[in-house]
Design a protein. Structure first.
Length: 319
């Protein structure tokens, strides 16, 4: 959790009004997506090297982008591979990692990764971690200071991410500590750990479906809503996943859901437990409907375990 002196607790009605106002505004998530896109504007057509086409192999743990994705001095970094993959859009591209050099490796970032704008599948390896350099620090002062950044943004296309840990993201004043989605995202066997943001300490999605399968969201922090996961105007699904040990200063310690673009949010065969939030430690719903089956909502510290405003929960075999 970043260094922060908690402010005064707000009343339930004020918290709800803040959430509604935030959702009706242009959206911090959308602004953050634009900021990340601007940083990497003009990279299309820049990346070069021996790898091209629909399958790329990362063979370097370097966190930087050097314009090549091949067997050059620095090899192919994940940043390089993402730029090359984006160039193939709308053709799907698969990014994998060389097990000889990347098993158990940590990709240490000193700046955010290039945003996803194509249709990309990234499949990791056992023990593989993407982490923001801890020495950069993370102090919440409502400004995105030097060295504070989200790990990855999905602004267009789609991302299917598997077998990887995202850690240490610091998105002060914007949403999505590890990941922000403005396009469809699926996380499979992914761990989001120790990230922080304004809302969505682990992950935030805006108007784009988010699905977590066999994944873990733990130890994340949000200054406002959704310590683990924050969904705004989209469908969020948890399947065989765990959200635990997350904190939101206001609502939805584990999960905060605002509205839905098409159908119901889903929590299936999952656990949301031991989170903290002033209103809704496990989860908070605002204008959203949730289908929960064979799941556990328990063990949280809060005034309310679940906060439901202008929505409903259809539960079956839920503890």
């Amino acid at each position: 959790m970043p260094t922060k002196v908690p402010g005064n607790r707000v009343q339930l009605t004020l918290a709800i009004r803040r959430a509604i106002a935030a959702a009706m505004a242009s959206g911090a998530a959308a602004t953050a997506l634009a900021q990340d896109n601007t940083r990497f504007a003009g990279l299309d057509g820049v990346a070069k090297g021996v790898q091209s086409g629909t399958e790329l192999v990362v063979n370097s743990s370097a966190g930087n982008f050097d314009g090549e994705c091949g067997v050059a001095v620095d090899g192919c970094s994940l940043a390089d591979a993402l730029v090359v993959a984006n160039q193939q859009s709308p053709q799907p591209v698969s990014i994998t990692f060389d097990p000889a050099v990347m098993t158990g490796a940590t990709i240490m970032l000193t700046s955010t990764l290039p945003p996803v704008t194509g249709n990309i599948t990234v499949t990791g390896l056992a023990g593989l971690t993407i982490q923001r350099e801890p020495a950069l620090g993370c102090s919440f002062n409502n400004e995105l200071d030097a060295g504070e950044f989200r790990l990855l943004t999905v602004s267009r296309g789609s991302l299917d991410l598997a077998d990887i840990t995202l850690a240490g993201g610091c998105a002060d004043s914007i949403d999505g500590g590890a990941l922000a989605a403005g396009a469809p995202v699926t996380l499979r066997r992914v761990t989001l750990q120790g990230n922080s943001a304004s809302s969505g300490g682990g992950v935030a999605t805006s108007a784009a479906p988010l699905t977590l399968v066999d994944s873990t969201v733990t130890g994340n922090y949000a200054e406002d809503y959704g310590g683990g996961v924050y969904g705004n105007g989209c469908d969020v699904s948890l399947i065989q996943s765990t959200i635990s040990g997350n904190t939101a200063e206001n609502g939805g310690g584990g999960l905060f859901l605002f509205g839905s673009s098409a159908g119901d949010h889903r929590v299936i065969d999952s656990t949301i437990a031991y989170n903290f939030g002033l209103e809704g430690a496990a989860l908070a719903l605002n204008g959203a409907d949730l289908v929960a089956e064979r799941s556990l909502l328990a063990g949280s510290e809060s005034l309310l375990l679940c906060l439901i405003c202008c929505g409903q929960v259809n539960a079956k075999d839920v503890l």
